[in-house]
Design a protein around this ligand. Sequence first.
Ligand code: MRU
Length: 366
Amino acid sequence: MHVGDKHYRTIWLNDDGKSVDIIDQRWLPHEFRIETLGTVDQVATAIRDMWVRGAPLIGATAAYGVAIQMTVDPSDAALDRVWQQLHETRPTAINLRWALDDMRKVLRPLPAGERVAAAYRRVAEIADEDVEINRSIGRSGLEIIKKIAARKKPGEPVNILTHCNAGWLATVDYGTATAPIYLAKEAGIPVHVYVDETRPRNQGAQLTAWELGGDGVPHTLVVDNAGGHLMQRGMVDMVIVGTDRTTADGDVCNKIGTYLKALAAHDNGVPFYVGLPSPTIDWTVRDGVSEIPIEERSADEVSLVQGRGPDGKTVTVRISPENTGAANPAFDVTPARLVTGLITERGVCEASPEGLLKLFPERAGR
Ligand code: MRU
């Protein structure tokens, strides 16, 4: 997508042909900073401390980490070590394990001397595939938006509510939940997005709002608690969110607060869709509530808030008493029964084992 006049992906190979450059998301929307990650430790820090974030982007970043490791030590032992080190950075988004497994599967059969070139080839493919997947999600989601638009008065926008950031910053490009929105805008369909601020880290306020604004998509920032009210008043035509891990039965794990939006959508008859790239499907688990590990992040993310001070500098302020403890579960699970449809790169399906297997028949019986 574009930042000013320049096209950016969120991650790309540095000119040295070895390190990886990323947009450092900790400083957005007020500062646009690019960082170069040259070691596996730097890659691990960038994922753990959320310089990069969003399930597909975490996966792509980890794949670059494996490639960097190969330039230092391409042995089997080093391959296993880097898999372990990067796998421990964030527990919930399954794309991390998907990308690490994929890299190991490609590299393991090769002689050590061929691993560096093969690793950089594969990581470039993973990045390109992510972009293609998101464009396909966009095309399928566009059809849903078109149908809603057809029921509206001419010129009246389709109002879409989204949670967290499942935009281009969460992926290599385009985004999952936002791809249909960008394509709708390109197609001339009036859209308007309600952006949940997404406490505690405010990915909606800081990232999604910045992204949509950069692309000229009309949007309004709302506090996380506003969604139910907006839906009761008929102000939301559909919800689209992303996902960090979706089970073989269609349970959707996503940023904390998603479940409450799904409940409100269900109660108000508002369709609730999920942008789901296939690397985010965890075919090894069925019941999301009991089987998906939920990341518990630092209490500081709840007690402290980051923003821009009057002098233009980024500042962090405390909003709760010093001695008040805080819990910070980072994700929740929306049961499949609350999901209207999963928008994948192969089309839209019901959130159920049958629905997913219809689109991914090669997974049957596995
Ligand atoms: O903790 P984050 O910011 O990495 O979590 C990301 C999300 O939960 C996004 O909403 C998301 O949909 C998954 S990425 C497309």
